[in-house]
Each structure stands twice: as structure tokens, then as C-alpha cells.
Design a protein around this ligand. Sequence first.
Ligand SMILES: [Zn+2]
Length: 290
Amino acid sequence: MRLKRFNPANIRVGRADGGGSRIPGGGGTVGCGTLVIVLIGALVFGVDPGQMLGTLENVQQQQSPSAAPQATSTDATALCTENAYSLEACNALDSLNSTWEPLFRQASISFEQPVLRFYNGTGQSGCGAAQSAMGPFYCPADQGIYIDTSFYDQLDKQLGAKGDFARYYVVAHEYGHHIQHLLGLDSQVRSAQQKSPSQANALQVRMELQADCYAGVWAGKNRNLIDPGDMEEGLTAASAIGDDTLMKNAGRRVTPESFTHGTSAQRMKWLKTGIDTGNEDACDTFSDMS
Ligand SMILES: [Zn+2]
């Protein structure tokens, strides 16, 4: 995708590992006084699937949102230009903000930008420790998108998902979880999971597929910026990270009851639905359980 360079005033970026500069920000934390259980909607690629599945089964105790440093746009330029991957992520973030914010405004729903937080190896999030083995993830407690950019090398080399669009898809998927959070879908899903634990995994899969669809919607709303080959890069990435494919590649038996993100076919289907329609209303993955 031909994304323009980020505008530091239109993104919120920080670090999750104490590296780089840490600038106290003015407010903006998400209020949550009590300890609640949150599911990390982790989009995990490129890690040992055995470990990954273990990670995804976990529910993590939410910690104080103040555990993660405040971010401001002041140091966005320095953080975003650390390497080529961070630059891409910031360019995507700017475009995602510019795409989604007006939709919320039109719908009179309050909108807040997520904070992109980079870390190397390990870091701290409002949802507990961040570890690169978890892959990129979204933490609703602090509305943070957490990325260790070394993950993109794994995406390319271990999973064969090449190209800029594969990487944009990662950010756009996590942003999709932010959309779900702003709409209150994540808490609805969590209470549904608590009511019917046997459906917990199936519901988690629908959440993930919707985030895939929202990622596609972002691209679909910017289709004038799409390059030839982008769609294929995205679908290749979506296929590479399907639960069934990850299990097969790890030499494991494919067990649908333990799926957390959906099959390769499902992930490709919903990413494509988003891109093709460019319409967030097409992302009702919960009513269409096929
Ligand atoms: Zn996800």
C-alpha cells in the first residue's frame, strides 16, 4: 500500500520496555479501578504454536493501567524512525486513525486513538508482561497495540508472509481489536464467554475474525492506495496464521475445539470480505458462524 508518511500529531506512540524517552502525558488513561479479567486478543504468529496456544488460553489479570508508560506524540518521530518496520507501523497507524475516527464521529460514538507501543524482547503492558513470543497484541486496559518489530522478520522468514501489506495487516488487525473495544464488543464477548464457557473458544474465534475483517475494511476504504499484489500478500499472511495451518506445521493434530483465531480459510475469507466491501457493517462475524 502506498501510505503517506505519518504525521506525529496524528498518532500516539510510546515504548513498553522503558527504552527511549519517557515523557509524562496528560491524563488519557482508561479508568478501571477494580481488577477484572481481560482476554488478550493476541494475534500471534511466528512462534512455537504449542507455546502460542498456551499463551492464548491464558486470561491475564489486568494490572493498573499506570503500569505502562504514558505516551505522547512528542517523541513519536524518534520512536517511529527507529527502523523500517517501526516506520511502516506508524504510517499504518496514522492511516488507520484517519480512516476510523471520522466513522466514529459520524456515528456520534466517542473515539480515542490507541497507543502504539514498541518493545524489544520483553515489556510491560496494562494487561501484564509483554513478550515477543506472544506476537503483537492489543491490551484493552490501556488501549495499547504492542509490537516487537522483530516479529516481522519471523512473519517473513518463518511463515513466508512477505510484503508490506502483510505487515500492515498485523497493525490493522490489532487496531480492529481497538475498534471492538471502543464499541464495547469485547466486554460483551467476555460476559458471553463467562456465561457459556463451552462457547468461549468459538466466541474468541469470532472476535479474531472480526478483527481480520476490520483490517480489511481499512484497506478497502483506502483502495486507491492498494498496490497490485497487496491482496495476495494479505491473504497469504491470513492463511499462514490460521489455527489449522499452525497446528499442522507444528506437527500437531488439528483440534477445532482449541482454535482461537480461526482456520486459514476463515481468516482469508474475513480479511477479503473487509477489503472487498470496505464496509464495517459487513463484519458481523457473530451472526455468520459459517
Ligand atoms: Zn487478534
